[in-house]
Structure formats: C-alpha cells, structure tokens
Design a binder for this molecule. Structure first.
Ligand code: UT7
Length: 330
C-alpha cells in the first residue's frame, strides 16, 4: 500500500487595497526610494485601513474566501483551520476560531500558530502531519499578518520593510506521492534579542511607561538579523537539496520568505538557481511576515505544473527558520 502524503490542493490570497509607496514613506521618515529599493527590493506595500476592515482576521477571512470560491469547496468539510500569525486579533481568544466561524467552517476546530516569519513554514509541517497520520482530510492553513498594527511609522529601520497581507493553502491526502516530501526546521532562542516586540506579552505587560517608550512596536537589529538570515536560509535550502539528491535543474521553483531581495538572491545563488525559478513579489508587498509564502503560491499558481519540485525557505524572529521540499499536486 502506498503511503499517504499531504498535498496542497488549493490556494488563495488577499492584500488590502491601500498602497503605501516609498514616496509616501519619504514624507514620514528620513528615507528615500533609491535606498529602499537598492537595500531591500521593496517599491510598495499594502496597509489595512480601518475604513476597509480591521484586524488580522479580516485579511485571513478574505484569503480563505478566495480559496473556497476558487476550489468550490463546502467550508463545512474543513476539519481544521490553523492561522499562522505574529499579529493575532487579540491575546488569549483564538483568531483562528473566529475566522473558522466567519467562513462557515462550522465543523472545524481551530487554533493559532506563532513562529514569527516562519509561522507559515512551520504550519505546513503541522498541517501535513495531521493529513499523513490519517487523522483529518482537509486542513486549511492561513498565513496572515497585519504588520501595520505593530509598526512604528517614525522608525525608518522597520517601517519601510513590512506590509499587511494573507494567503491560504488547503492540505489534503494524496496517494500519488505528491505534496510534502521533506522538511528541515530549526530554531535558536538566543536570537530573540535581535528581532521582536518588547511589551504586551507576559514578560512585560502593558503600562503607561511601555506605551510612552514605544515598546509595543516591533524592533530589529537589521544588520545582525540580515547576517543570520542570509547564512541560515541558504544553509537549510542547500541541505534539503542535498539530502533529497536534488540538483539545481531538479528544482522547479524556490519559494523564499520575502524579507529582503538580497537575502533571497543569496539563497538562490547558493542553490545554483537561475533567477527565472525564484518567486518574488517583495517589490509589491514588502515583508508580510506569515503571509509571504502563501501569497507567492497564490500569485504564481498558474505557473506551477503537477509534479513540480518546490523548495520553500524562511527565516524569522526567535530565531526560527527552515526549508521544506514539496511536490506540486495539480
Ligand atoms: O523577516 C524577518 C527577518 N528580517 C529580515 O530578514 C530583515 C533583515 N535585515 C535587513 O533586511 C536589512 O538589514 C535592512 C533592510 C533592515 C537594513 O539594510 P542594511 O543594508 O543592513 O542597512 P544598515 O542597517 O547597515 O544601515 C546602513 C545605513 C545606515 O547609515 P550609516 O550608519 O551608514 O550612515 C543607516 O542609518 O543606512 C541607514 N538607514 C537608512 N537610510 C535610509 C537605515 N535605514 C534607512 C532607511 N533609509 N530606511
């Protein structure tokens, strides 16, 4: 009997309507379009404005609805909804539970998964495990982040990078050996000092002081994070290739976290990949944290062919990082 694998059978995506260009940021902080484009590859990003909708759940619902409508599935058949996010609607109450109810997945259980920019990548492993074990048949994994809710728009080192967005992928059993093939996932807690948000958690609950000192915004030591990201993302992607005997010609697509074009280029270089195989939309969306990988899938879905070899790679706060090898199933 062949082993049941976990395949992605549908994808969806959503970005908010408001486009924040580099020129707009020039009005807010001491920066310029040339610096942002040459250092990051970002030209514009999306921001969710209250007049359109509120909370990460709004973005997640839109992405899920896009998937449900395209695949024409009955949401009542979904067994589990996982929301990969670093910006849940609120602490404590599960954002995923709300999203599941709103999209009509009334028979599903739901929870959030948080691993910074690696949330969706780690969520792929979680979703696939439920399918491979035979426990569930339809797992909806959504990567969604409203990064603008934790961005300090007076801090030029972070506000130029991040944007809002969401993407969704449905995992189902496959009997042809397609879907998730291998994963190499890592973390290193000594990295938490370099990228994170100081206040609002149990370590530093909100006080007047924390608000005054802008501790509820994300901060990062860009250079340090950059160095870790460049070497680690390339290392794990190379390792996944080696242990699955994949040559550069065997890889159809690199699906890399969209944090910085220079990090993506370095990873592709190490893998020996031609530019044409490297998926990128960073110029339009910036770094949408948990949404970068599924938004790439949604944007480039029409290019994929059944059996294509996709290598995912991500790096994020914590530190968390890793790579996944997946065979496209449709
Ligand atoms: O997704 C989670 C993981 N996150 C990442 O992977 C992000 C990793 N880090 C990065 O992408 C980059 O480090 C940044 C894009 C954040 C910064 O680029 P960099 O090339 O590392 O710049 P830097 O921090 O070394 O700064 C170079 C110069 C500095 O000026 P001096 O000291 O050379 O005079 C900065 O003050 O650029 C200055 N600078 C800016 N100038 C214009 C920093 N931010 C800006 C800005 N506009 N927005």
């Amino acid at each position: 009997m062949s082993k049941t694998t976990a395949a992605i059978t549908a994808v969806g995506g959503y970005v908010p309507k408001f486009v924040m260009t580099n020129n707009m940021l020039e009005e807010m902080v001491d920066t310029n379009d040339e610096w942002i484009v040459s250092r990051t590859g970002i030209k514009e990003r999306r921001v969710l404005k209250p007049e359109e909708g509120e909370g990460t759940s709004y973005l997640a619902i839109k992405a899920a609805e896009d998937l449900i409508q395209k695949k024409n599935i009955d949401p009542k058949e979904i067994d589990l909804v996982i929301i990969a996010t670093a910006t849940p609607d609120s602490m404590v109450a599960s954002t995923a539970a709300f999203v599941a109810s709103e999209i009509g997945a009334v028979n599903a259980f739901a929870y959030d998964l948080l691993a910074a920019c690696s949330s969706f990548l780690f969520g792929m492993s979680t979703a696939a495990s439920y399918i491979e074990s035979g426990r569930y048949k339809k797992v909806l994994l959504i990567g969604a982040d409203k990064m603008s809710s934790i961005i300090d728009y007076t801090d030029r080192t972070t506000c130029i990078i991040f944007g809002d967005g969401a993407g969704a992928a449905l995992f189902e059993p496959n009997e042809e050996g397609l879907g998730l093939q291998d994963e190499y996932l890592r973390s290193d807690g000594t990295g938490r000092q370099f990228l994170g948000m100081d206040a609002g958690g149990s370590l530093m609950p909100a006080t007047e002081e924390t608000v005054k000192n802008r501790k509820h915004f994300i901060y990062q030591e860009g250079k340090t994070v950059f160095k870790f990201a460049v070497s680690n993302m390339a290392d794990v992607a190379e390792r996944i290739m080696q242990r699955n005997n994949l040559e550069d010609t065997d890889v159809s697509w690199l699906v890399p976290h969209q944090a910085n074009k220079r990090i993506i280029d370095a990873t592709a270089n190490r893998m020996g990949l031609d530019n044409s195989k490297v998926l990128m939309n960073i110029e339009r969306y910036g770094n949408t944290t948990s949404a970068t990988l599924p938004l790439l899938l949604a944007d480039f879905e029409s290019k994929f062919k059944k059996g294509d070899n996709l290598v995912f790679a991500a790096f994020g706060g914590g530190f968390t990082w890793g790579s996944i090898y997946l065979k496209w199933a449709y």
